[in-house]
Design a protein around this ligand. Structure first.
Ligand code: ADP
Ligand code: MG
Length: 295
């Protein structure tokens, strides 16, 4: 599958958002979700056939995954999902396909307590699924911006599991399962937001290498990663596989978020420390090659 390089994507976004201002909104484009003056939080995410999924995902998996990706972005802000709009592009009106899709959608909506409130349906050359999801923050929002030099860098879960599903020719079944059915740590993220000691947070959708760089740039700091501490190992797939839908976050140097995360049945692991200069780090070569190619 042919996924666009993340930094080319960023160039497109910057060309648009630099000309269309978000005005006086509390938080416009650039974070995992936007925050409106009303306190509502909105995000959107799109899945396209042959770019984001192939025949190894059932219609139910596709629907479930589209919901999960949006839940992951809201979770990263410390926001609980409420409602969503579903836009569908379909090559044909195949009733069996739509029924399976609806099954996966219902399962995900039930799991994360989110209501489908509208959408749009059109004919398209390939399957396109877009969900826009709104929610509300349970406490002061977590953003990508607030990490400070000396802060501790943490990650939930295990990285690289889903990435192996599309990076390896014969991935293990556990990787395929994680790729088909992402499991964002919503409850852990909400617990962390209520705790109030998180200085910056984002979800890991594009891989640690790309996403950590986004967090450091947004916060104006660097990160030094203890490669041996990363849950999932230190292989390429942990850095570039993507689709982890885990939470990357920072806390004050001596704060311990683990009890709050573990109370929700998840795990948090400290993987590094934020540093002074943007970009300095113990990140392995593949990450840097990736960025240099995009520079
Ligand atoms: P995420 O991986 O968290 O879903 P993205 O990397 O897709 O976020 O997008 C980064 C930021 O750019 C987000 O704040 C998103 O809302 C914004 N963005 C992406 N595409 C567009 C677009 N076409 N127009 C305006 N903002 C966009
Ligand atoms: Mg995100």
């Amino acid at each position: 599958m042919d996924r666009p390089p993340p930094d080319a994507e960023f160039d497109v976004i910057a060309r648009i958002t630099s000309r269309v201002s978000a005005g006086l909104l509390p938080l416009g484009p650039g974070d995992d979700a936007a925050i409106l003056a009303s306190g509502a939080v909105w995000t959107t995410d799109m899945l396209v056939q042959d770019t984001h999924f192939d025949g190894r995902l059932s219609p139910a998996d596709i629907a479930y995954k589209a919901v999960a990706a949006n839940v992951s972005d809201l979770a990263a802000m410390g926001a609980a999902p409420q409602a969503m709009l579903l836009s569908l592009g379909l090559p044909d009106a195949d009733g069996a396909w739509v029924d399976s899709f609806a099954d996966g959608l219902a399962e995900a909506c039930h799991r994360w307590r989110v209501a489908l409130v509208g959408g749009d349906t059109v004919r398209a050359a390939v399957v396109i699924v877009n969900i826009a999801m709104g929610g509300h923050c349970v406490a002061r929002p977590m953003t990508r911006k607030g990490a400070r030099e000396g802060d501790a860098l943490w990650v939930t879960g295990t990285l690289g599991v889903a990435g192996r599903a599309w990076q390896e020719p014969h991935p293990p079944e556990a990787s395929l399962a994680a790729w088909r059915r992402p499991d964002p740590p919503l409850d852990a993220a909400l617990a962390l937001a209520r705790w109030g000691r998180v200085t910056a947070a984002m979800d890991l959708s594009d891989g640690l290498a790309t996403d950590l760089r986004r967090l450091t740039v947004a916060s104006g700091v660097g990160a030094s990663v203890d490669v041996d501490a990363i849950p999932g190992g230190s292989g390429d797939v942990v850095w570039t596989g993507g689709e982890d839908y885990e939470l990357l976050f920072t806390t004050g140097p001596s704060d311990d978020p683990r009890p709050h995360v573990e109370a929700t049945g998840r795990r948090a692991t400290r993987i590094g420390t934020m540093t002074g200069a943007v970009g300095d780090s113990g990140w392995p070569t593949p990450a840097w090659t990736h960025f240099a190619g995009a520079a």
